[in-house]
Design a protein around this ligand. Sequence first.
Ligand code: UD1
Ligand code: MG
Length: 450
Amino acid sequence: MPFALIVLAAGMGTRMNSDLPKVLHPVAGEAMLIHAMSAGMALGPERVVVVAGHGAEQVRKVALAFDPEAQVVVQAEQLGTAHAVVQAAPALGDFAGDVLVLYGDTPLIRPETLECMAEARARHDVVVLGFEADDPGRYGRLVMAGEVLERIVEFKDATEAERAIGLCNSGVVMASAPVLFDLVHAVGNDNVAGEYYLTDIVALARARGLSATAVTCAEAETLGVNSRAELAAAEAAFQARARAEALETGVTLQAPETVHFARDTMVGRDAVIEPFVVFGPGVTVESGALIRAFSHLEGCHVSRGAVVGPYARLRPGAELSEDVRIGNFVEVKNALIAEGAKVNHLSYIGDAEIGEGSNIGAGTITCNYDGVMKHRTTIGRGVFIGSDTMLVAPVTVGDGAMTASGSVITRDVAPGALAVGRARQENKPGFAIRLFERLRALRAQASKGE
Ligand code: UD1
Ligand code: MG
């Protein structure tokens, strides 16, 4: 059954106390909106509509960067979640399939849970995702009669008895497009907040003789972020899940609670991650690689047998082939390091290519930026770059070549050549003794004069 995804992302997020639209606050380094979109998109929607409002331009940019096909509609005034869904209707035209509504401030929903909802949709007109809350707080409450969901009551409008209900609304709703839009158009705003509540569609559906039910999932999945404290809780819950998944799939984490993952981090079986490693978005670590303590990785690929760190930084476009060594205080950006090459100490390698088995000496820097443009450094196979070499790009060092320590290399080096690019050393016999004597005499004179 084809379905469309609507993600509500227009809310102001007053309780975040922030200039940034709430749904753009990051969890695991990525906007909550992207987490929500990606969960829904895992089920293969035919259409994706994001409802933006507060900070719409910023929200649009982030949504389109993640899915260029998404439609972003603007809810100029945020009159409530039902009103937000109404704004999406024109974008879906006469789409007749199912619609799944997700909230952009609910980043931890798993695609598997959404699949359970799709299954329940086969038997019910309206399906809502609920959860048993430890502390139901300000969540909307689900009023059930057996299997049947009768209505949802918002916390602000709930009686004492209703507030005692532990089954809460996650905000996720699924219904066919015609039914959903029919219902949201009928929702009124006669409630404490004066808002058009999406949650009211359940009672409206029941009044029309339609069936409604709730599917439940773990509370951690439905955590809705409305404050910084909840943002921190979402981050903690995300990390706890990612760590557990890594351990389950055969990754060694020596101190799991110190390792931070991104939404899309891929770590292969038998990889070992030492303590205090941070993964930004877009990282793949293959089986058997070793990521040593205090390393920071982002947008990079680490192949089998590679060893990274301790204290290494891999930035976007760092591509490490098998058995590469990247040591302490080494930064690699947009660079291909071929099999068995080593960059072990205190280096910056950016916009570069390093051939198989080459050794890059301590303190080597690819000077890739001239203040205006970036340039490439190409190093062949089996090259030995002496310590403290400055490679002023664009520059090429041929296979099997060497550079002398402390060289500033501004011209290409032919294969097999030795490049020396530094001032020639001169030794002056006895000069140090005479210099010391003179300096000491000067000091003695100065202290007499005081
Ligand atoms: C909502 C639910 C509540 C549920 C909780 C789960 C309603 C009325 N209440 O409450 O039952 O327990 O989520 O987290 O739906 N938004 C818009 N336009 C608007 C208003 C909101 O796009 O006019 C978006 C927000 O950006 C947000 C989402 O909808 O992503 C939810 O809005 P929010 O104000 O956070 O609702 P809650 O009070 O959390
Ligand atoms: Mg909310």
